[in-house]
Design a protein around this ligand. Structure first.
Ligand SMILES: Cc1cc2nc3c(=O)[nH]c(=O)nc-3n(C[C@H](O)[C@H](O)[C@H](O)COP(=O)(O)OP(=O)(O)OC[C@H]3O[C@@H](n4cnc5c(N)ncnc54)[C@H](O)[C@@H]3O)c2cc1C
Length: 416
């Protein structure tokens, strides 16, 4: 079933009876070429690109819950490629390019909305640092515009320029940043993978690995053992627990991150705005709700819910730059489990166990990475060689000083 304007018109006139399910409910086979654990955005994208780019379709994606139940359906939907370091910038720029063609590619409306992202600066030193970041972004043609105070004022007159504790000095604007409807991304990749023959198995938890003489040849699941030539972990916040079942200890901690949505308001936020002197980011959904978030809760947890002190902290961040947000009524909030790595950067790598691969450590920035993560992980699984833009995302990088830390705060997940 392909989506087109003609099809929508036809269905509109014929009672919408011609739509079919987006994916099958397949019978679980005893053996696959590749098993991907976790049907979040990254797992589904990996299956999609394995099928589309490498012609490998004898794949199962095993999901303990339902498609979209993890962080892919819980994030604040921000996409951007305003990174600076060599290990990150080309990777996130690849992701941005994939976002830009994604809807045509998988024939699904993911509401990719490139209305721009503005990072506010609040001191001269921060403004200089943004200039440096912008120059690094120009190297990959990511597009960056340095704004002075009046430039920001023109774009966002509602910010507090006069009485703020952290006065706005300017900002860096990436016009290609924006937001994408997160669960549509999961559905689009799921539909694209399924239509190419990939089996998407929901309610199937991986409970262990079949490993002998250092080789992984399958998994144990809540629905019985399944054999595979290659197994790819892709479970975001559950990375530590799952890798522990293969005897691995990862440089990752799990933390909760919350998101918030207000009642629907008239259009006011031009794209995405981030506070440079605290942790607060806000955008506006197509339904009008302000979608915002801030810091992680700051303690290790596997609960998909957060606590009240962080609600206060996040909202204080909002009030510091746009006091008018205090008049909006909060409708909903929720939490997701973040796989916080020790340098704030992710992993796409083989493990020391043959046939077992790892993708994780996305912290709270993995949504924007979804297309490139799937693309590069598929490349690694198919060819056993890292894709050039993800080759620094190694699991062993802390052993030889190869970490790349955009924030420069060291091994402190709560500060990334
Ligand atoms: C509140 C919040 C806001 C965020 N905002 C942004 C943002 O604005 N921009 C951005 O770039 N990123 C953001 N992120 C981060 C981003 O959502 C994640 O980094 C990214 O979604 C993680 O990858 P994923 O989609 O594959 O994860 P998930 O969707 O969590 O997928 C992992 C899947 O693995 C499954 N699983 C776990 N264990 C097992 C098992 N043993 N067997 C089988 N299946 C298993 C889980 O059920 C889950 O479905 C945010 C996250 C949260 C929580």
């Amino acid at each position: 079933m392909a989506f087109s304007a003609l099809k929508i018109l036809k269905e509109g006139f014929t009672g919408n009876r011609g739509w079919s399910p987006h994916w099958r409910d397949p019978v679980l086979k005893k053996e696959y070429d590749i098993i991907i654990i976790g049907a979040g955005g990254h797992g589904l994208a990996t299956a999609y690109y394995l099928a589309r780019n490498h012609g490998i379709t004898n794949i199962a994606v095993l999901e303990k819950g339902w498609i979209g139940s993890g962080n892919i359906g819980r994030n604040t939907t921000i996409i951007r490629s305003n990174y600076m370091l060599p290990g990150n910038q080309p990777f996130y720029e690849l992701s941005m390019k994939l976002w830009e063609g994604l809807e045509q590619d998988f024939n699904y409306n993911a509401m990719v909305s490139q209305r721009g992202i503005l990072n506010l600066s609040h001191s001269d030193a921060q403004h200089d640092a943004y200039a440096r970041r912008g120059n690094a972004m120009h190297l990959t043609k990511s597009g960056a515009v340095l704004l002075d105070k009046s430039g920001v004022q023109k774009m966002c007159p509602f910010l507090d320029f006069d009485n703020a504790r952290f006065p706005v000095k300017g900002g860096i604007w990436q016009p290609r940043g924006g937001s994408v409807r997160h669960d549509a991304v999961a559905w689009g990749y799921a539909r694209g993978a399924d239509s190419r023959g990939v089996d998407l198995i929901q309610n199937c938890e991986v409970t262990g690995f079949q490993i002998k003489n250092g080789v992984c040849f399958g998994v144990e699941t809540s629905r019985g053992p399944i054999k595979a030539k290659k197994v790819g972990m892709c479970v975001a916040g559950s990375s530590g627990v799952l890798a522990g079942k293969a005897g691995m200890r990862l440089p990752i901690e799990s933390h909760v991150l919350q998101a918030f949505v207000t009642e629907g308001l008239k259009p006011i936020i031009p794209g995405v705005i981030t506070f440079g002197a605290g942790h607060f980011y806000v955008s506006q959904s197509d339904k009008g709700g302000l979608v915002f978030g801030g810091d992680i809760d700051g303690y290790n947890s596997y609960a998909q819910r957060g606590n009240l002190p962080v609600v206060e902290d996040v909202v204080e961040g909002g009030m510091a730059i746009m006091p008018m947000i205090g008049r909006a009524r909060l409708l909903r909030s929720w939490g997701g489990i973040m796989d916080m790595s020790m340098d704030g950067s992710p992993f796409i790598d083989k493990t020391h166990i043959e046939g077992l691969f790892f993708n994780g450590g996305w912290c709270y920035g993995g949504f924007k990475a979804t297309p490139a993560s799937g693309y590069c992980y598929a490349h690694l699984l198919a060819t056993e060689k890292p894709h050039p833009v993800s080759e620094r995302m190694r699991l062993d990088r802390f052993k030889f000083g190869g970490q790349f830390d955009e924030k420069g705060v060291g091994a402190q997940p709560n500060l990334h």
